[in-house]
Structure formats: structure tokens, C-alpha cells
Design a protein around this ligand. Structure first.
Ligand code: NAD
Length: 247
């Protein structure tokens, strides 16, 4: 039997208990990778762990100490990791004048700061090892370049992720870690059957996205052969951000 693409690879996903993260965990497990993920949701985390044969580590990514313990513990347990997927993201929208500075800080501390914290820890680890393969895949959003009123914190956090992606790609070059970013459009993580024909038909691809659309892109970017793709952002949105919308 042919060996699967990611057999023996060690993968860490943030926010793997539901939605897109859960699909990413399952996709890498299907390719025989060893997968660990963190999440704040304990029950859902345990469920995904059992269903997929992955390891669940409960942690709030905005808590530097807890995130550091989880990640360094994993590095110790596995020796190293190969693929890091920074997926956690919260989206809180509120009118600008009703959004406090604390609200703004909170969204950045969940969406952006953990990307820096874990990538830095991995860089420190790699500075004394001679591994020749590594992948970081960050999950941004098409809102890094499009907005509606009241999404200042989310838009700023997603723009920061796109910029962190190319910055990290330069800093991690000697560690042979490529760093890329995916910006999803509408990915339905709830009940797909409740979507209307209008929801689907407005997309040039004529359908709303599903979590597996993003998981497949992660597999592609993580492929060892694809190391010439580096520092990039991939918009996966069924063509919505290419659509002329003036009426
Ligand atoms: P989701 O809410 O379904 O899943 C996010 C997961 O992260 C959840 O399991 C949640 O418990 C976990 N999480 C939240 N805060 C956490 C914290 N502080 N510490 C640890 N875990 C935490 O979201 P999703 O729709 O699957 O989104 C995943 C990523 O994709 C996010 O970065 C999001 O911004 C991005 N995205 C999603 C869409 C979409 O349409 N679904 C579109 C664009 C971008």
C-alpha cells in the first residue's frame, strides 16, 4: 500500500475543536500525520480527539503562559513539529463608537499575538536543530482587505496576520520553514442545508464554501514539494473578492 503524504509528520493546529480547525485536524489525520490541537472548548475538543485519533490540549491562546506550556510541552514530547497551523480566530463586530479599547485589544490578543508567540517559540527551538522541513500556515480572512461598518478589530487582526506571514517567512528562511497564509471568504461551519439559493448563487463559484475547502489548501501548502511557495496569501472565497459589486 502506498504511504500517505503526511505519514510521520507532526502537526499542531490551534482551535481544532470546531469549524475549519476541526476539518484541518481530520484532513491531516486522514493522511496519517500525527496531530495535536489546542482549543478552549473542552467537550468538543475531546470529541474531535476521539473521532480523529488526535491529541487535544486545552489552552486559551490569548494566555501566553498556557500557550507556551502547551507548545513547548509538545516540542519536548515529539522532539520537534513539522507543520503549524494558526487557525484560532474570533470575530466580534460592534459599531466603532461602542467598541472599547479593551474590545480592540482582546481581538488582537486572540487572533494575532498567538501567531507571534508560537512562531517565535518554534524559531527558538529550530535555532539549535537541523531539521530541513517546516510549514506555518496562518488563517486570515478576506476581511483583511474588505470591510463593513464595525469590523475594525477583526479587519486589523486579519491584516496583521497577512503581514506577519511575510515577515516570518523571511525570519524563518534559515530554518527551512515556509510561511503562508490563507484568507477564506464565507465558509459555512454551521448547517449548510439552511443556506438559501441566493447565498450560493452570489458566488462566482455558485456555492458557499465548506471547511474542507480550506483544509485541502492546507494539505497543498504543507506538501514538501511546495517549498517554493513562501510568504504568500491565498484568497479562497469562491471568487467573491474578484466580483464587481457596483449597482
Ligand atoms: P469557529 O468559531 O468555528 O472555530 C474557532 C475555534 O477556535 C473554536 O473551536 C473555538 O473554541 C476556538 N477558540 C476561540 N477562541 C479561542 C482561544 N482564545 N483559545 C483557544 N481556542 C479558541 O471559527 P471558524 O469559522 O472555523 O474560523 C476559523 C478561522 O478561520 C478563524 O481564524 C476565522 O477568523 C477564519 N475565517 C473563517 C471564516 C468563515 O466564514 N468561517 C471566514 C474567514 C476567516
Amino acid at each position: 500500500m502506498k504511504e500517505k503524504l503526511f505519514a510521520g509528520r507532526r502537526v499542531f493546529v490551534t482551535g481544532g475543536a470546531s469549524g475549519i480547525g476541526r476539518s484541518i485536524v481530520a484532513a491531516f489525520r486522514n493522511e496519517d500525520a500525527q496531530v495535536a490541537f489546542c482549543d478552549i472548548q473542552e467537550e468538543e475538543g475531546r470529541c474531535v480527539s476521539e473521532e480523529t485519533g488526535s491529541e487535544f490540549l486545552q489552552a486559551d491562546v490569548s494566555d501566553e503562559k498556557s500557550l507556551t506550556e502547551v507548545f513547548t510541552g509538545l516540542l519536548k514530547q515529539w522532539g520537534d513539529i513539522d507543520i503549524l497551523i494558526n487557525n484560532v480566530g474570533i470575530s466580534c463586530f460592534s459599531p466603532l463608537i461602542e467598541t472599547s479599547v479593551n474590545d480592540f485589544d482582546r481581538i488582537l490578543s486572540v487572533n494575532v499575538r498567538p501567531v507571534f508567540i508560537i512562531s517565535r517559540l518554534w524559531a527558538i527551538h529550530r535555532s539549535v536543530s537541523c531539521e530541513r522541513y517546516g510549514r506555518i500556515i496562518n488563517i486570515s480572512s478576506t476581511r483583511y482587505r474588505m470591510s463593513e461598518p464595525g469590523n475594525e478589530g477583526y479587519a486589523a487582526s486579519k491584516g496583521a496576520i497577512v503581514s506577519l506571514t511575510h515577515a516570518l517567512a523571511m525570519s524563518l528562511a534559515d530554518s527551512r520553514i515556509t510561511v503562508n497564509c490563507i484568507s477564506p471568504g464565507w465558509i459555512e461551519t454551521g448547517d449548510y442545508s439552511l443556506l438559501t439559493p441566493e447565498d450560493h448563487l452570489q458566488h462566482p463559484s455558485r456555492r458557499v464554501g465548506v471547511p474542507d475547502d480550506i483544509a485541502r489548501a492546507c494539505l497543498f501548502l504543507a506538501d514538501e514539494k511546495n517549498d517554493f511557495i513562501n510568504g504568500q496569501n491565498f484568497v479562497i472565497d469562491g471568487g467573491m473578492t474578484r466580483k464587481m459589486i457596483y449597482t
